[in-house]
Design a protein around this ligand. Sequence first.
Ligand SMILES: NC(=O)c1ccc[n+]([C@@H]2O[C@H](COP(=O)([O-])OP(=O)(O)OC[C@H]3O[C@@H](n4cnc5c(N)ncnc54)[C@H](OP(=O)(O)O)[C@@H]3O)[C@@H](O)[C@H]2O)c1
Length: 430
Amino acid sequence: MTRPLSVALAGLGTVGVGVLRLLRDNADLIARHAGRPLVVTAVAARERGRERGVSLAGLRWYEDPVALAADPGIDVVVELIGGAEGPARALVEAALAAAKPVVTANKALIAEHGAALAARAEAAGVTLAFEAAVAGGIPVIKVLREGLAANRIARVSGILNGTCNYILTVMRERGREFAEALHEAQKLGYAEADPAFDIDGIDAAHKLAILAALAFGRPPDLKSVHVEGIRAVSALDIAFARELGYRIKLLGIARRTEGGIEARVHPAMVPESAPIARVEGVYNAVVAEGDFVGTVMLEGRGAGAGPTASAVLADLIDLARGRATPVWGAANGALGAAPSVGIEWHQGAYYLRLMVLDRPGVIADVTAVLRDRGVSLESMLQRGRAPGEVVPVVLVTHETEEARMRAALAEIADLDAVLERPALIRIEPA
Ligand SMILES: NC(=O)c1ccc[n+]([C@@H]2O[C@H](COP(=O)([O-])OP(=O)(O)OC[C@H]3O[C@@H](n4cnc5c(N)ncnc54)[C@H](OP(=O)(O)O)[C@@H]3O)[C@@H](O)[C@H]2O)c1
């Protein structure tokens, strides 16, 4: 066997410790697949004295992660600190400047600075790998960049955040409201004490920006991703979704349209019969549609020490073997520049739930607004009658433009008999 690959690990949290464990437990198998042993020789974290449940004996310790880049005994830097700026970005830039290949699980960094970092990696002639940055243990980066490389991708979509999927699953299965389900997710360690990053859709947007870049052969464009989280999803909407034959999922969807690339993260209704509707709990899934391959769906654990470490090691094994692919699947100069299109151009069907005073003429007023805006209705649901009381009314539209729907919604929300902010959920074909 050839010389071992000497690995530096920056960050010894959930994922960093997972990588150390996986390397320790499966060392022989990994060495066979890599063609040589993979050995961690140096590590960096904040608190040297912290008990981490793994031995760090014999490893060079760095308080300043950026200093790892200058360690001559290191072949590859693995960045597992997190965050789009600060020490993570400084380390990755320093490593690339020192012509050291980098493996990272950092979706925020790659989504925000992926284009500039790819240029640095290409200039230095080294790899920047990030399999663990999207959907944890699911090898979706490799599938899009290599496995499906001969296809024109029309659409890539997925359940990209396990915390949100867990919350929505608990809401549906147990009829819980959002706040209760979030609390339960926090108790079980599936949601952070500050859950905003997950439940407001930001984490999923980072991942979608990365997937869209690979699927459509252009640098990531995070700013163009329309983002809505799941805070506004109510138990009532989940119950109506069931009645209509749908499940509500937080989806990330990137699609090639006539005007350009549409990318959006939002709660969506998907038919109960669609494979993605059955992906429950903390699981993630990604669906890609290629012109020759058809539809490919991958499902698995999107986070956690084991699955994420598995993805980090896949990148390290490629590196050890000398297998290298351009960061975004093609040389930077050969990447496309397909424009992004805003959500106002989205075409689709919509679920609209209103809380209205049950009195004569209300439905006629609502449907008149929709008619005037050119939005046609597929169906309407109203449960029983309760004259003078507030009742939910659900309207499902045919396919229409988002801009029309929004204009209608603003007018409907202003009607006297409409008492709460209407709930609007996009309906996806599958
Ligand atoms: N957790 C997951 O399931 C998961 C899944 C996919 C991707 N990721 C990504 O993987 C990365 C790491 O996530 P994680 O969950 O492992 O994070 P984590 O548990 O919070 O660990 C972060 C590590 O970074 C170290 N660190 C923070 N600031 C530092 C600094 N200034 N200098 C040196 N070390 C510093 C911390 O040191 P101390 O331990 O000494 O405080 C800690 O060991 C993130 O980019 C995350 O988005 C995580």
